[in-house]
Design a protein around this ligand. Sequence first.
Ligand code: SF4
Length: 283
Amino acid sequence: MIIKEILCRSVLTRAGGYLAQVVSHSLNPYVGCGFGRSSCGVACYVQFNPWIIQSRQWGRFVDVKVNADEVYRKTAGTERAWAQKRGVPFSVFLSSSTDPWQPVEQKYHVTRKILFSMIDDPPDTLILQTHTDRIVDDLECILELSRLCTLRVHISIEGDRESLPGLPPPPCSLENRLQALALFSKSGIVTVACLSPLYPLKNPDLFFQSLARAGVGAVILDHFILGDGTADGNRTLKTELPKAMAELDKESVLLSYRDRIADIARKYLPVGVSADGFAGKFT
Ligand code: SF4
């Protein structure tokens, strides 16, 4: 793993494409992701972004934006004004192309320092998105922020299996991610379990029941078709993920699978489908 400290000039990126339906800005404390060699990295859409990759191997590099918190402090006012001018709330998705609580966070605490900056100058809405239970390390700070802005904790749990055939292990065990969701929910934070991309489920009823029992506020169901930035799931189809999914359930690689699972999930929890779910629209 090549870890490089970098100085960034901007850290609040004005949202475009899919993300523009969700927030006004994204915020990425790191470039690259230390979870890129785990199961979620196999089909991670970020690996197809040449601006980020710059001929490097996905999961083998992390650039650490060591001054990200200072840059947030300096630029939040301008970016808030930009959002307000467009009639939208100043809303931040942390993060869209990296994991804020990946292993290097334990050394550099870039995400933590950004959260502290936000306590002084909070956005209107903050969405914290991660694949790991290490987010609980910042529970106190997140609780404080939740009193200052609309805040949701999104934890990715693609399904009810610990692993898929032929794929590497996940960045964090299913159980630990469930416990993290339960802890935040118990603390009064709005939590969302993100089945994104949706994996084939062993026992959907049992899974959604256990999420509801843990106090999870809602689920997002996002299939790789429509969910990977292409209309037909073209990017994901080039990876090992569809093969692993089809081995367990042939139907799971079809978009209709998402809708079937959504009908089951709605028996237990509010459900948001694709971008609507990330934007907090649940039915
Ligand atoms: S944690 Fe997120 S950004 Fe990192 S490899 Fe997995 S899906 Fe990609």
